[in-house]
Design a protein. Structure first.
Lengths: 484, 235
């Protein structure tokens, strides 16, 4: 049991940290927000350091409920990093906002959500999977409607909650079928049951489990909530939604697909291929008409999930490594893009979200425009940026696995998708600055912390990032090997 | 009944589950009669109170009939040996859900006459649903009488030597400790969420501050003055 407790040390640090900070917030009130935020980031750093311990040695804890392996540790590094950034960027946004102050519960909820995601990615049992997923989702519903006076934020929270509860129901139904027909909730034993032969009940369970998971990672046809929730939620929360929970949902799906349903690969592969193609095509086509940058990035995230799923559809170790590589690059690109969206303010300091507000950015804020251009080129998968390498990795895994049509359609759709990314670049570099707003848009100076983050992320995605490719590739291979 | 599963990988099974002793059928005929009597009593009350739930004109009465139905359903659960579900039924459905219903019914002034107004209009659709549900019940009954459904296997059949509450208790805080604590965190998030979303300081509202009221002395609140005649009063 002692070993078990050591193996879930990151989760313990997060949970105990969140509870302690909750008490600080309860007595300290509004004034403690700054302190709670700083300590929350420190807790996340501590949890990341704890990952170097038994949490990544590759063994079972609590009789198989939790697996502490390199795969989970890799995903957790991404999750904790994205969560820390979501805490760091919040104070400035809320300070400039429409009256709703940042409250100390914000970092606490992010911590609890991170604990839930941590449980998800290292789940070795359907129960851990579900409890982790609910912990993450429930905290996310509250975060989505955190700006209570903003009707769009309230709408986002309600929509997310109702549709999320529906998805949880679908997932639970699948879990109950899998449990009923395999007699166990342990991934390893479920794999044995799938290996013993085809059963209608098990197949039905698989379909429902994947449908529920597809909702959580917003893959088409379960994507409908994404643009509305991303648009309505406060921008730091949207930044969080687009990064950490996405990584957790994808990593969880990979683990379920490989560890629990590995012998049924030919069954879930059809679902994953359909979701991948539909997400890529829909994400690319539907984004074209968008005028709101947050909605645009929401469709971009749907599109990217499709590419990630190509790697999963391969179902091989190289495919899983490609998934992790893509996720890493995706998280950095997305966080960077949303950090720039956070800088978009009108002369009065109020946040603006329309793409036209970026017009002429290359003249008013050349550095910011360059960083945004790097992120957009990378998201479009244009060569010198790391986004290109990520797309190549998933296509390569698909081709090696013999899924040629998938790779071809994915490639064509990425060309369609390039259109709207490049349109943002065109608005920034070619269009004249808007004259209606008094003073140049984005006149507000960038906070040094946020500016530094943007610079580091843009550098990591730009050709400078090639320096780290070898070590990142090695880490993804080690992580993927832990599953097979 | 519980088919004893092949032990899969040994670590899936805690030691408590390895021995399963079937209860012998040595119960006398009187016991069966008492059980049958109890079953018909509970079942009859469930059906009667369910019918009264949907026919009673007063919504508060309807909820009270529903609570009676829940209680008797719990009795049926005890009869089939699922005492844990029986307790859940009483605690969760009667204790929480039905009370919530009562609150809603009493606080919202629902005009039930208006709700019933469309009855004739939607009667046809309602009849279709009723026929569908009846067909489903008949199908389920047919499937049941054809033989029990063979689920693949059970990793953890409930041992007959201990009650199922005891069986749950034995694994809840040991084997499933981790998810139990996780469930606790989920409830904590629900609590924080409810407070964050509903409890905000309202600066404009005038609330009663009892400690300030008690600390107030008469000399702070009143003042003796000697107004001169015709000069008016100072406010």
């Amino acid at each position: 049991m002692n070993m078990s407790l050591l193996m879930v040390l990151p989760e313990e640090i997060l949970a105990l940290g969140a509870i302690a900070l909750m008490l600080v917030a309860a007595w300290g009130g509004q004034a403690s927000t700054r302190m709670v935020s700083i300590v929350a980031v420190a807790v996340l750093v501590g949890a990341t350091i704890a990952l170097t311990g038994p949490a990544s040695y590759g063994g079972d804890a609590f009789g198989g409920l939790v697996r502490g392996d390199a795969f989970g540790a890799f995903a957790k590094v991404l999750i904790f990093g994205a969560s820390a950034i979501a805490i760091l960027i919040a104070p400035r946004f809320f300070a400039a906002g429409r009256g709703d102050d940042l409250r100390p519960e914000y970092p606490v909820l992010i911590l609890l959500s991170a604990a839930g995601m941590s449980m998800m990615v290292s789940a070795g049992d359907l129960l851990t999977l579900y409890v982790g997923l609910e912990l993450q989702s429930l905290a996310a519903y509250v975060l989505a409607s955190f700006m209570r006076r903003d009707t769009r934020s309230a709408e986002a929270g309600l929509k997310y909650f109702v549709l999320g509860a529906l998805a949880s129901g679908i997932l639970l139904y699948g879990i109950s079928l899998v449990y009923g027909f395999s007699g166990t909730t342990l991934f390893s034993s479920i794999a044995t049951a799938y290996g013993e032969g085809r059963s209608l009940g098990l197949t039905f369970g698989l379909v429902f489990v994947f449908a529920g998971l597809a909702f959580k990672m917003s893959a088409v046809p379960f994507h409908m909530w994404t643009p509305d929730v991303y648009e309505g939620a406060p921008t730091p929360v949207t930044t969080f939604f687009a990064s950490a929970p996405k990584v957790a949902a994808v990593a969880l799906s990979v683990r379920v697909a490989v560890e629990a349903m590995g012998p049924a690969t030919d069954q879930w592969r059809q679902i994953v291929i359909f979701a991948a193609l539909a997400s890529i095509i829909f994400g690319a086509v539907a984004a074209i008409g968008q005028t709101n940058i947050k909605r645009l990035l929401a469709y971009s995230s749907i599109n990217n999930v499709g590419f990630v799923l190509i790697g999963l559809a391969a179902g091989t170790q190289a495919g899983v490594a490609a998934v992790l590589f893509y996720l890493t690059v995706y998280v950095v690109m997305t966080l960077g893009s949303f950090l720039i969206v956070l800088q978009m303010k009108d002369a009065a300091g109020q946040p603006v979200e329309s793409i036209t507000a970026l017009a002429g950015l290359s003249r008013t804020r050349p550095g910011l425009a360059l960083a945004m251009a790097i992120f957009m080129f990378s998201l479009a998968g244009i060569p010198p940026m790391l986004g290109f390498n990520a797309k190549v990795a998933v296509f390569q895994a698909a081709i090696v696995a013999g899924l040629y049509p998938l790779a071809v359609v994915g490639f064509v759709a990425s060309v369609i998708g390039a259109f709207y990314y490049l349109r943002v670049v065109k608005v920034m570099y070619i269009d004249a600055p808007a004259e209606t707003v008094e003073g140049a848009p984005l006149a507000v100076r960038t906070d040094p912390v946020e500016g530094g983050l943007i610079a580091v992320m843009a550098a990591a995605i730009s050709p400078i990032g090639w320096l780290g490719l070898a070590s990142l590739g090695g880490a993804t291979m080690v992580a993927a090997k832990a599953l097979f | 009944m519980a088919t004893v599963g092949k032990a899969q990988s040994p670590r899936t099974l805690p030691p408590t589950h390895l021995t399963v002793k079937r209860r012998t059928d040595s119960e006398g005929p009187q016991k069966t009669v008492i059980q049958a009597l109890a079953f018909y009593l509970f079942a009859a009350i469930v059906i009667a109170s369910a019918a009264l739930t949907i026919t009673s004109r007063n919504p508060v009465h309807a909820v009270l009939w529903l609570i009676l139905a829940f209680f008797n359903a719990a009795g049926l659960m005890v009869l089939v040996g699922a005492e844990f579900i029986a307790m859940l039924l009483v605690i969760v459905y009667v204790g929480a859900v039905a009370v919530l219903f009562l609150f809603v019914v009493m606080m919202l002034n629902i005009d039930f006459a208006e709700l019933r107004a469309g009855f004739a209009r939607y009667a046809a659709i309602g009849a279709v649903f009723a026929v569908g549900l009846a067909a489903e019940i008949m199908l389920a009954f047919g499937a049941w009488s054809a033989g029990k459904i063979e689920l693949a296997r059970r990793a953890a059949p409930t041992p007959d030597t201990i009650s199922n509450i005891q069986a749950l208790g034995m694994v809840l805080y040991t084997r499933y400790l981790f998810v139990f604590e996780g469930a606790g965190l989920v409830l904590l998030v629900a609590m924080i969420g409810a407070i964050v979303l509903t409890h905000r300081e309202r600066s404009g509202s005038r609330k009663q501050n009892i400690s300030r009221q008690n600390a107030r002395r008469p000399q702070d609140a009143t003042r003796n003055t000697q107004p001169t005649v015709g000069a008016g009063v100072e406010l």
